[in-house]
Design a protein around this ligand. Structure first.
Ligand code: SAH
Ligand code: SF4
Length: 434
């Protein structure tokens, strides 16, 4: 159980200043935490230093003496007072008290999180409503739209659930060349999209030098922000990719339970995975993580622990999706993860990790046509399009029957919810290869 007092967020000019400030505060005996900055208020730096409000003045002085100037100090919003109105309709009981505790931000209590995750019926509606309110107050009504370019389906790993696992010998494999990747990135940027997610299996054919050339090429040609989702790389590569111009890195933890993790990821450990997520954050990346809901053997307590871990690590982006059976894998015959539980996980994550970006995932759209819209209505604020060229899409089979989320679908569900499409989207309709 971690106690959470009221906090202030310190905003610095850039991530280098954040690290400098953090060091000065630690040396002075304080306990700063690096967390996602409150969107919209923070300016260019997306990582803030969280400090207990009672130590805020002292911390400002320490930084002044160290010659570090802050852009601003933001006080944490009081969600409870703003949101307590609709709690009037909630009958007394375990659910109400769990929701009150979490909205107050007093404590991260495993029991409360489990109660909320397990909610159904009227209580579930209230949970989703609360998460939608917190989403609106913390990250606003615009739904961010990003596009994924799945550039290689070769993978050296053998994740039990994934169709790209190395033992899946029947899957035709492909790799896109640097030229192809940059050409496609340019097309994606012409729709106005500002962030491209470069995703692949763990494929060492893309050496450090090749990846750097690709990152630089996309940056120079399109100016887009680049998210990398390449799996685990050599520890020293993260800083090099960051310096080359990538700004975000997505590495899902999948599950924080040590034995569940090892069962699904032969030959690796949860400690190793956690180390990589931390290395990524230390390299100055806007850090994406997330989990899979419905892995065989996983229970609600495991998921509750995942959410606590996301909060403790100050993760900027949370990809939460149901398990979807993939053909030709050991789990191909299992049913998909529960949609209600996935939506509850999104909602509780929003209540706890208020300022994080949370996509309504492709996996949700794959298992249920309406689920991606529901995800946006219970805490999510981002959609990822599939920008992979048509000839490769069917081969990027991380799971079966993947929904090819495109721009017109995204606009349709955003509009249906009365939410806003981003100003940077330049057109209403999508390209012909959708
Ligand atoms: N190789 C990289 C990126 C590609 S896989 C990596 O593993 O990080 C991207 C994500 O797909 C994984 O993080 C995992 O959460 C998800 N995934 C893979 N197979 C899945 C399945 N069968 N059901 C649900 N999600 C799956
Ligand atoms: Fe490879 Fe990623 Fe699939 Fe694991 S989840 S097998 S690392 S593509």
């Amino acid at each position: 159980m971690a106690n959470q007092m009221k906090s202030n967020y310190f905003i610095c000019r850039n991530i280098t200043e954040v690290f400098r400030a953090e060091k000065s505060l630690i040396n002075a005996g304080l306990t700063p935490k690096l967390v996602p900055a409150p969107p919209g208020q923070a300016g260019p730096c997306t990582t803030a230093i969280e400090i207990a409000a009672s130590f805020s003045d002292e911390a400002v002085n320490i930084l002044k003496q160290a010659g570090i100037s802050l852009v601003k100090v933001i006080e944490e919003k009081d969600n409870f007072n703003e949101l307590s109105g609709f709690l009037n309709d909630t009958p007394d009981g375990f659910f109400r008290s769990a929701l009150v505790n979490i909205l107050r931000g007093d404590s991260l209590n495993l029991k409360d999180i489990k109660v909320l995750l397990a909610s159904e019926g009227e209580e579930q509606k209230l949970l989703w409503h609360a998460a939608d309110e917190v989403r609106s107050r913390s990250v606003g009504s615009v739904v961010d739209i990003r596009s994924a370019l799945e550039f290689s389906n070769y993978c050296r790993c053998n994740c039990v659930y994934c169709g790209l696992r190395r033992d899946n010998k029947g899957l035709p494999r492909y790799r896109m060349s640097k030229k192809e990747i940059i050409k496609k990135a340019l097309e994606i940027s012409q729709d106005g999209i500002q962030t491209i997610i470069l995703q692949s299996g763990e494929d060492p054919w893309y050496t450090t030098a090749r990846m750097i050339e690709i990152i630089r090429g996309i940056k120079e040609t399109t100016g887009m922000k680049i998210t990398l989702s390449l799996g685990q790389r050599q520890p020293w590569e993260y800083e090099m990719f960051r310096e080359a111009g990538a700004s975000n890195y997505l590495l899902k933890i999948e599950t924080t339970d040590p034995s569940l993790y090892s069962e699904h990821h032969p030959g690796t450990s949860i400690e190793e995975r956690m180390d990589h997520v931390r290395l990524i954050k230390r390299a100055g990346f806007i850090t994406g993580c997330g989990n899979i809901i419905g892995l065989p053997g996983q229970d609600v307590e495991d998921i509750a622990k995942d959410i606590i871990w996301f909060k403790q690590e100050g993760i900027h982006m949370l990809g939460i999706g149901p398990f979807v059976p993939a053909p030709d894998t050991p789990l191909e015959k299992l049913g998909h993860g529960d949609v209600g539980l996935t939506l509850n996980t999104i909602a509780v994550s929003r209540l706890i990790c208020k300022n994080s970006y949370i996509p309504s995932t492709t996996a949700l759209a794959t298992v249920d046509e309406n689920a991606q819209l529901k995800g946006l209505a219970c805490g999510a604020n981002t959609i990822m399009l599939i920008g992979t060229p048509a000839q490769y899409r069917q081969k990027y089979q991380i799971y079966g029957n993947k929904k090819m989320v495109g721009l017109d679908w995204a606009i349709q569900i955003i509009t249906a919810l009365g939410r806003k499409t981003p100003d940077y989207i330049k057109r209403e309709k999508v390209s012909s290869d959708e």
